[in-house]
Design a protein around this ligand. Structure first.
Ligand SMILES: Nc1ncnc2c1ncn2[C@@H]1O[C@H](COP(=O)(O)OP(=O)(O)OP(=O)(O)O)[C@@H](O)[C@H]1O
Ligand SMILES: [Mg+2]
Length: 740
C-alpha cells in the first residue's frame, strides 16, 4: 500500500495532444500519401501525380486537377476537425458518406509533424494562391504582420487580410500539396525509418491500388526529379483490367480471371463483388492483394487469410508461386462502419464471415476446375540415366534453377496436345482413372512410326490437390520472404547461402518434375520422373526440407500452442530416467553424464531444462519455441502448414537441443537448432509402426512431398549417398523386350 498522494490529473498541452493524434493517423509516409491521394480523388480530379524524395520522408508532393480550395478556406485547411465533406453525425451512421475523408483530421495531422505548403486554384479563381502551414495554422507571410483570420462563425476574411497569409501565384485549376521533413519533430519515429527505399515501395503499393481501382483517373508516381514515372496510368481507361495492364503489363492482365457476384436482391447477404484474380499456377514475384470496400482501400485480415490459404493449397499442385487478387466489394452504406481505425485502414462490415466464404468458394470453384482440367507434358530427359555424379561448381549466374523458372507442369492448349505423337516408351500413366492401359499398347507399325526417343511428349493429368491445411507461406532460399520484415542475422544469411551453393541442379530439376507414386517403407518412397522410376529416401529429403524451411522462415515461423503446456523438466526427465533404454546417441551421452558425474536423473533433467530456460527468449523469437516463466513448453513452430511433428519424440528433441547444440558460438548454435528442429519434424522410420501406416503416409504424401517438390533445394550429397536411386527406365525396358 502506498502512502504517497496520487499525482494530479491535468489536461495535456494542446501541442502534445495534436502530436499524439497525428502519430496515430500517420504511422509512416505511405499513410500521408494515401490521405493526400484520397483528398485529390474527393476533389474529383482526373489527373493526380505523386512525387517523393527519400521515401516521402524528405518530401512528398501530390498535384491534382480537382476542384481546388477557395482562398478564404485556407485558414481551415489544416485545422483539426474542419472539413468540407461531413455535415452531421447521422450522415456517418446512415452510411451516406461517399467521400474518403469525413473527419477533417488528415491535413491537420500532417501539419503537426511536417512542414506543409499548399498551392491551389479554383475554377472561378483568377489565379492560384500559396500558403504554408505549421501545427494546424496558416502561417503569415511576414511573421510581424498577422491580422486575425477569424473563426468558423465569423465572416470570411477580406482580401486585405488574406494577402498577409497567401501569395498569389500562377497555376492551373487544382491543388498541389507539398509535405517536407516528415516527423522532423518526432525524432524517435523519424529514426525508425532506416530504409527510405522500402518506404517508397510502400508508397508505390498504395498508389497502384488506387490506380487499379480508379482506371478513369490518370495517376503517376515517381521519385522526385526522375524523368520516368515508376507507375503510370493514362486515365480514361474502361476497366481495372486495363489499369493492371498499364501498371503490371499485358501478360499479367491477360491471365486474370474475373469474379463478378451480383447483389442478391432476395437474400439477406447484400454484397456485390467484382474483381480479378490470378490462376493458381501464376508466378508473380510478389503476391498482390488489393481490397476495396465501398471504394475504400482497406485491409480485411480474415479475407486475406482465406484467400492465401486457398492459393497455398492449389499452388502446391499447380506449381504457382504467388497470387494477384483485386477485389471490390459493394455493401449497403449502413452495413459498413468506416470510423473504426485512425488510418481508416480497417472497416467493420456486417456478415463478414459469410461474405468471406462466398468470395473464397466462388474463387475456389473456378481455380479448382482449372486445376483439374490442366494437362501437362512430361519431357523426357536427354540422357537415359540420371547422372548421379556431383555437379561441377556452377558459375553464380547459372545457379540452381529457381522455382520461379518455368518448369513442368507446363500448360498447353488441348488442341495442340491432341496433335502430339508419342512413342510408347515415353508414355506414362499416372492415374488408372485417367487412361486405360490399352492406350499404351501400340501395334508394330505404330512402333516403327514412333518418333525418335527424346522427341515424344505425353499428356498427363495433374496430380490431385493435396489436402494439407496450408496457412503459412513457405518459400525457397531463393525467394524474398513474403511476410513482414524478418530478423536476418548475418550468420543465417550465410547458412542460407551455403544451402543455395550446395544444391545440385540435376537433382533440383528431377525433384521439381517428379510425381509421387507411393511409400515403400518407413524410409523409402517411389517417385516417377518422366519415363523413369526412382526410389528416394524421404527421411533425408524431408530433413533437408525442414532444415531449409527453418532458415527461410527464421524469426517468422508460425506456431501452435499447447492446450496444457507440459513442464520442460518433466519431459527431460522422461529421457534422463529411461535414457539408457532409448536407442539413440543422446541417450548414450546422457547415460555417460549420469555415470561420470554421478548425477541423479532428476538433477540432470533440471540442468538440461535450465539450459533451455536461459535461452527462452531467443528460442521464442527466432524459432517459435515458446517456454514460459514457469518453465512450461507453450509453443512449437509450424514449419509446414498442415504438418505437426510426432510428439512422442518431443522429450528426446528437447534433450538434444539442450545437450547437442553448441550454444557458445552464434552460427553453429543457429545451425544446430535448425538441424535439431529438422530432425524432430522429419518423418522417422519408427513412426510408421508407432503411428500406423496411414497416419505416417498421409502427411508425407499430402504435405511433405508436395513441399519437397516445390521448395527443396536438394544438396549435392543426396546425389551420391544413395538417397535417390533409379530402379527402372521405360526406354531401357523396351530395349530388353524388343530383344526378347
Ligand atoms: N486536393 C484537394 N483538393 C481540394 N480540396 C482539398 C484537397 N485536399 C484537402 N482539401 C480540403 O481540405 C479539407 C481538409 O482535408 P483533410 O484531409 O484534412 O480532411 P478530410 O478529407 O475532410 O477528412 P479526413 O481527415 O477523414 O481525410 C477537405 O475537407 C477538403 O475540403
Ligand atoms: Mg482527407
Amino acid at each position: 500500500m502506498s502512502d504517497s498522494a496520487p499525482p494530479p490529473i491535468r489536461p495535456l498541452p494542446e501541442t502534445v495532444v495534436n502530436r499524439i493524434a497525428a502519430g496515430e493517423v500517420l504511422a509512416r509516409p505511405s499513410n500521408a500519401v494515401k490521405e493526400l491521394l484520397e483528398n485529390s480523388l474527393d476533389a474529383r480530379s482526373t489527373t493526380v501525380s505523386v512525387a517523393c524524395a527519400q521515401g516521402g520522408l524528405k518530401m512528398m508532393q501530390i498535384t491534382d486537377n480537382g476542384c481546388g480550395i477557395a482562398p478564404e478556406d485556407f485558414r481551415f485547411l489544416c485545422r483539426r476537425f474542419a472539413t468540407s465533406k461531413l455535415k452531421t453525425y447521422d450522415q456517418l451512421q446512415g452510411g451516406e458518406v461517399d467521400t474518403f475523408g469525413f473527419r477533417g483530421e488528415a491535413l491537420a495531422s500532417v501539419s503537426h509533424v511536417a512542414h506543409v505548403s499548399v498551392t491551389s486554384r479554383t475554377a472561378a479563381g483568377a489565379c492560384a494562391f500559396r500558403g504554408t502551414f505549421r501545427d494546424g495554422a496558416l502561417l503569415p507571410i511576414d511573421a510581424g504582420i498577422a491580422p486575425d483570420l477569424g473563426g468558423p462563425e465569423d465572416p470570411a476574411p477580406g482580401e486585405d487580410v488574406l494577402q498577409a497569409y497567401l501569395t498569389p501565384t500562377s497555376g492551373t485549376q487544382g491543388t498541389a500539396i507539398t509535405v517536407e521533413d516528415l516527423f522532423y519533430n518526432v525524432p524517435a519515429r523519424r529514426q525508425a525509418f532506416t530504409n527510405p527505399r522500402a518506404e517508397y515501395v510502400r508508397i508505390l503499393d498504395i498508389v497502384s491500388r488506387y490506380a487499379v481501382h480508379y482506371p478513369g483517373v490518370a495517376i503517376t508516381c515517381r521519385q522526385h526529379g526522375a524523368s520516368r514515372a515508376d507507375l503510370s496510368t493514362p486515365g480514361r481507361l474502361a476497366s481495372p483490367r486495363q489499369a493492371i495492364q498499364a501498371i503490371y503489363g499485358a501478360e499479367v492482365a491477360r491471365n486474370l480471371h474475373d469474379i463478378d457476384i451480383p447483389r442478391d436482391t432476395t437474400g439477406d447477404l447484400k454484397v456485390a463483388v467484382r474483381g480479378l484474380f490470378s490462376a493458381a499456377e501464376s508466378r508473380f514475384r510478389n503476391p498482390v492483394f488489393f481490397l476495396f470496400i465501398n471504394n475504400r482501400a482497406v485491409s480485411s485480415p480474415s479475407l486475406k487469410r482465406a484467400v492465401d490459404t486457398l492459393y497455398a493449397n492449389l499452388m502446391l499442385t499447380a506449381g504457382g508461386k504467388s497470387s494477384f487478387v483485386y477485389l471490390s466489394l459493394t455493401l449497403p452504406g449502413a452495413h459498413v462502419d468506416v470510423n473504426v481505425h485512425p488510418t481508416k485502414r480497417f472497416v467493420n462490415f456486417l456478415e463478414e464471415d459469410r461474405i468471406v466464404e462466398l468470395i473464397v468458394s466462388t474463387m475456389a470453384d473456378r481455380l479448382q476446375t482449372e486445376n483439374t482440367a490442366r494437362r501437362f507434358e512430361v519431357t523426357p530427359l536427354g540422357s537415359p540415366a540420371l547422372d548421379m555424379a556431383p555437379s561441377t561448381p556452377r558459375a553464380s549466374a547459372s545457379g540452381p534453377r529457381a522455382p520461379d523458372t518455368p518448369s513442368t507442369p507446363r500448360t498447353r492448349p488441348s488442341s495442340s496436345i491432341s496433335s502430339q505423337t508419342s512413342s510408347p516408351q515415353f508414355m506414362v500413366r499416372n492415374s488408372s482413372a485417367s487412361q486405360t492401359l490399352d492406350s499404351f499398347l501400340l501395334r508394330r507399325g505404330d512402333l516403327r512410326a514412333a518418333a525418335e526417343p527424346g522427341t515424344g511428349a505425353m499428356v498427363l493429368d495433374a496430380p490431385d490437390t493435396p489436402s494439407g491445411q496450408a496457412t503459412g507461406t513457405p518459400s525457397t532460399l531463393l525467394d524474398t520472404p513474403t511476410r513482414g520484415a524478418p530478423i536476418l542475422l548475418r550468420s543465417v544469411r550465410l547458412l542460407r547461402q551455403q544451402c543455395v551453393a550446395a544444391s545440385h541442379s540435376d537433382l533440383l530439376a528431377l525433384v521439381r518434375e517428379s510425381i509421387f507414386v507411393g511409400i515403400i517403407d518407413g524410409r523409402r518412397s517411389l517417385l516417377q520422373h518422366g519415363t523413369r522410376l526412382m526410389t528416394f529416401d524421404h527421411v533425408r529429403l524431408a530433413y533437408e526440407l525442414f532444415y531449409q524451411q527453418v532458415l527461410v522462415q527464421f524469426s517468422q515461423l508460425n506456431t501452435f500452442e499447447f492446450d496444457q503446456p507440459p513442464s520442460v523438466r518433466d519431459l527431460m526427465l522422461l529421457v534422463t530416467s529411461h535414457g539408457p533404454l532409448l536407442e539413440s546417441d543422446v541417450a548414450a551421452s546422457l547415460a555417460d553424464s549420469l555415470t561420470a558425474g554421478h548425477t541423479s536423473a532428476e538433477d540432470l533433467a533440471t540442468k538440461l531444462a535450465e539450459v533451455l530456460l536461459a535461452r527462452a527468449s531467443m528460442l521464442q523469437a527466432y524459432f517459435g519455441i515458446g517456454i514460459d516463466e514457469q518453465a512450461r513448453l507453450t509453443h512449437l513452430p509450424v514449419i509446414l502448414p498442415g504438418h505437426l511433428p510426432v510428439l512422442a519424440r518431443l522429450p528426446i528433441f528437447l534433450c538434444r537441443l539442450a545437450h547437442h547444440v553448441p550454444w557458445a558460438e552464434e552460427s553453429p548454435c543457429l545451425e544446430g537448432l535448425a538441424r535439431e528442429l529438422a530432425r524432430f519434424y522429419a518423418p522417422d522410420p519408427r513412426d510408421i509402426t508407432d503411428a500406423g501406416g496411414d497416419a505416417f503416409a498421409r502427411p508425407l504424401e499430402q504435405v511433405v512431398f508436395p513441399y519437397i517438390k516445390s521448395y527443396l533445394l536438394p544438396p549435392e550429397h543426396l546425389a551420391t549417398d544413395g538417397s535417390i536411386l533409379q530402379v527402372a527406365s521405360l526406354p531401357d525396358l523396351y530395349r530388353v523386350f524388343e530383344r526378347c
